[in-house]
Write a new protein. Structure first.
Length: 496
């Protein structure tokens, strides 16, 4: 591999960095393990440092670097901090299960990062395997495979039987060759951190992949604003090395504090040093003066996503006297995810959605993490709220709301009980919560406004299922105790 790798590097082209993503239990780990087992000599495999988070294999005499432990959350973090998590994403979809929620999430992350996708239709050996169902599901998410008239390569695999792996690696190699991924040992150092931790015996251990330049033993480097001198380096087989070049996987000792996953390691004094600081790597619009608000945008389509982002950027740039700025943490299509909440929580940001609904699990996590998540149907409302947030207090009031919903329809049961079909607009409704009902929006109430009803929530339903809680942006059925005979459309329910 050394000669082939040297020849490739001399042309300014490096090995591709690949991450494998997909829904839980669809075989992501099985595919990675099968590739590693078949591509690494048995004598070397036992020596591989299992926690390094990446490894390099050789296929047809050319190297391919795999990140084997990114997960969607880490991928999001890498993307949000400005680093490209991978050159190529392998999207694993089980042939017997089709496109699932985390499949869609992975597609959103790949699109947001601008990484090309290769589909591995896995578990072809299982009963119920249906490739057409997979391809149809992918087409609905904008992934059109070649035999459906698109340009995305799809490879049928069985990780347990080792079938299709060579074809998958061929596809990766072909896409990498077309892409001509640039990287030279003579350029300035750029290495992406994929894992970082503090070890009780070894100190701070940082796993990274070199994307450009060369990192050497004894070199002074910077990451996340932290300085270090490289005291030791190990490759993905656990052997100590003196230097590493583009696409090499390494462990580095020498940092005194733990840097952030996704940040760049660069040479101290380099022109790229400012990129190694988190805040400078996230796109910021406006002058960071009196107030900065971090924002994650989720929209139904790429077109509306760009329109929302453009409108928000315009809000800041056209107001030349503004003492505020916007920090775009992440922009992507699809519904808000738990990864988004974690990212917003760690950066003090908010999440806004346009024409998308927020899953109840995300609402629950956001409430626990005290992250504001709001969805909008009109871009004007979204812009107005963000403007208010920048100017002062907009989302602060919402944080004080325990739960608020509006009645959108009513149903009378054979028992005589009335179910109010509601849309939760803020906070959450919970079984046994004490509530009041008003004719007008509680946000507009004065001290003179009295409720039409006071009582409690006896039952909550999501479709036909009883639930304990209904979060923001979800529809639910509400049964009150005591009954309120005059419950009607357009009334408001407020949790006390």
């Amino acid at each position: 591999m050394a000669n082939k790798k040297k020849n490739t590097i001399e042309k300014g082209i490096r090995a591709p960095i690949v991450t494998v993503m997909g829904h839980v239990d669809h075989g992501k780990t099985s595919i990675l393990d099968a590739i590693r087992n078949t591509s690494v000599q048995s004598g070397e495999y036992a020596g591989i440092t299992q926690h390094i988070g990446a490894y390099q294999i050789e296929h047809n005499e050319y190297p391919i670097t795999f990140i084997d432990t990114p997960g969607h959350a880490a991928f999001t973090q890498m993307r949000a901090r400005g680093g490209k998590a991978a050159d190529i994403v392998v999207l694993v979809v089980a042939a017997n299960d089709g496109v699932q929620p985390q499949t869609k999430e992975a597609i959103s992350h790949a699109n947001a990062a601008g990484s090309p996708v290769i589909v591995a239709i896995n578990k072809m050996d299982t009963a119920g395997a249906d490739t057409n169902n997979v391809k149809q599901g992918l087409s609905q998410e904008g992934i059109m495979v070649e035999d459906w008239g698109g340009d995305v390569v799809a490879v049928e695999t069985s990780a347990t039987e080792g079938k299709g792996l060579d074809e998958l690696l061929d596809a990766i190699g072909a896409l990498a060759e077309i892409s001509e991924i640039k990287g030279s040992p003579d350029n300035e150092l750029e290495a992406t951190i994929i894992e970082a931790r503090k070890d009780s015996k070894r100190g701070v251990v940082v796993s990274a992949i070199v994307r450009n330049g060369t990192i050497k033993f004894g070199q002074k480097v910077v990451a996340s604003g932290l300085e270090a001198k490289v005291k030791a380096m190990m490759d993905d087989t656990g052997n100590q090395v003196k230097e590493a070049i583009p696409s090499d996987v390494i462990e580095i000792l020498g940092f005194k504090e733990v840097p952030q996953i996704g940040d760049l390691i660069v040479e101290e004094g380099s022109e790229l040093e400012e990129l190694a600081v988190d805040e400078d790597r996230i796109e910021i619009v406006g002058q960071n003066t009196k107030k900065t608000i971090g924002i994650i945008i989720r929209a139904d389509t790429q077109g509306t996503l760009e329109a929302v982002k453009g409108s928000l950027a315009k809000l800041v740039t056209e107001n030349v006297s503004a003492d505020y700025s916007l920090k775009f943490l992440l922009e992507s299509t699809g519904t808000p995810t738990e990864s988004d909440v974690l990212l917003a929580s760690s950066t003090g940001g908010i999440i806004v959605g346009f024409n998308v609904k927020t899953p109840s699990s995300v609402t629950e996590l956001a409430k626990a993490k005290k992250v504001v998540v709001r969805s909008y149907q009109t871009i004007y409302d979204l812009i107005d709220d963000v403007k208010e947030a920048l100017e002062g207090t907009a989302f602060d009031e919402e944080a004080k709301i325990k739960g608020r919903a509006q009645v959108i329809k009513t149903f009378k049961l054979p028992s005589g009980d009335i179910i109010a079909g509601c849309m939760v607009t803020a906070g959450a409704l919970k079984v046994k919560s004490r509530v009041a009902i008003y004719e007008k929006d509680p946000a507009d109430l004065t001290d003179l406004d009295e409720p039409l009803y006071r009582g409690a929530i006896k039952k909550l339903k999501n479709k036909k299922e009883d639930v304990a809680m209904a979060g923001k942006d979800t529809e639910c059925g509400v049964l009150l105790k005591p009954p309120f005979e005059d419950i009607a459309k357009e009334l408001f329910i407020e949790v006390l």
